[in-house]
Design a protein. Structure first.
Length: 249
């Protein structure tokens, strides 16, 4: 793998949902607390746009966190705040890049009704190495996905090598698309539309959420069986991808 292909991404999405910084701060606080219980590399976070503020697992100052989120309001070309497009906030587990670096990007609080992934959380790892291989596993990343699903009431989540899109055998449409994945989550609102392939691992939660896993091994872009299973997951999501956008929040 190249350095970029060695990175792994967790991308969570939900549709238009207007939320104010105070509400988002509660969700964000719960997220960082939850991640801290999953893996040691996810226990300490530095928030942006205030990089000097070191936010650890506990305790958090809710008002300060709300101010950080509010400072990240999306702005128009003339500088005016446009909260309809939400807020962007970043968190890194380390100030400088190391083999254990993990970055979080929160684009949240938007109720813009456009053909785009308007609300997302993106977790990106450093390139795979012996230093972070304990993080990039199904048991760990499955917990990350389920935590995001519970805290943010997401529609869909995908775990995959960061550049899996460069390995797709066919072109995808330009509008948003729930694509191939190592691990894919789909909320109970849409899960009834999907019949999981028999070749992959699947589970349904008591409330109807669906989790599909291409392989219990670490996903490898150069492994044809892994790629085939990821594409089967995407094929299973075809009925959801056929729905009109934007998806409900």
């Amino acid at each position: 793998m190249t350095m970029m292909q060695g990175r792994y991404s967790v991308l969570a999405y939900w549709g238009p949902r207007r939320e104010e910084p105070g509400v988002l701060a509660v969700r964000l606080m719960r997220t960082l607390h939850a991640l801290a219980t999953i893996h040691p590399d996810l226990a300490t976070w530095f928030m942006y746009p205030k990089p000097e503020l070191n936010l650890r697992a506990a305790p958090f100052d809710h008002e300060d966190l709300a101010r950080i989120i509010a400072a990240g309001v999306v702005r128009a070309d003339n500088g005016d705040p446009t909260p309809v497009f939400g807020y962007t906030t970043w968190a890194n587990n380390e100030i400088v890049a190391t083999p254990r670096w993990v970055g979080l990007t929160f684009r949240v609080g938007s109720d813009a009704r456009i053909r785009a992934f308007v609300n997302t959380i993106d977790m990106l790892t450093a390139p795979l190495s012996t230093a972070n291989e304990s993080l990039i596993t199904v048991p760990v990343l499955r917990q990350v996905v389920l935590a995001l699903a519970s805290i943010w009431d997401i529609t869909w989540c995908s775990v995959a090598p960061w550049l899996i899109t460069d390995h797709r055998p066919i072109k995808r449409p330009k509008h948003p698309w729930f694509a191939q994945a190592w691990i894919a989550f789909l909320s109970a609102r849409f899960a009834p539309l999907v019949m999981p392939p028999r070749s992959i691992i699947s589970e349904r939660s008591p409330n109807g959420d669906l989790l599909m896993i291409a392989t219990q091994d670490r996903f490898d872009l150069d492994n044809p069986e892994h790629m085939a299973a990821a594409l089967e997951i995407e094929d299973a999501l075809t009925p959801v991808n056929a729905l009109p956008w934007p998806q409900p929040g």
